[in-house]
Design a protein around this ligand. Structure first.
Ligand code: THU
Length: 127
């Protein structure tokens, strides 16, 4: 567990664009190099176009050329868990990494992707 990672996820909540739900989510993705990449949720007046904080962080990292992910911290006011769509994308890009679930005070619990998305559909089926 990495305090800088958790603080980054908490700080990213301030960046959220969430005028419709007012539910701010911050994510921080840790690379094996030690680098940390942040994400926040970005909502749309066409609600379905909203992108979650976890996917914003992952897509920023991929766009910057990274592909070696060690862990992710997710912060909300009430210990929110990643949605189903984000679980699928995290599994795709990160595999069985630890996810640090946080609120504004810090770490609440650590969960592994294997437990969040058991028996996942993934690229192994597409060979
Ligand atoms: N949200 C996330 O950013 N991550 C999740 O895993 C769950 C939901 C956002 C989407 C939307 O902006 C707000 O939280 C309420 O659903």
């Amino acid at each position: 567990m990495n305090n800088k990672l958790i603080q980054k996820a908490i700080n990213m909540c301030d960046k959220a664009y969430a005028p419709f739900s007012n539910y701010h989510v911050g994510a921080a993705l840790e690379l094996h190099s030690g680098k940390i990449i942040g994400g926040c949720n970005v909502e749309s007046s066409s609600y379905g176009l909203t992108c979650c904080a976890e996917r914003v962080a992952l897509f920023c990292a991929i766009a910057e050329g990274h592909n070696n992910f060690k862990s992710m911290a997710i912060a909300t006011k009430n210990d929110g868990m990643p949605c189903g769509a984000c679980r699928q994308v995290i599994w795709e890009l990160c595999g069985n990494i630890p996810i640090y679930i946080c609120n504004m005070k810090g770490l609440v619990k650590t969960v592994y992707m294997n437990d969040l998305l058991p028996d996942a559909f993934d690229k192994k089926k597409l060979k």
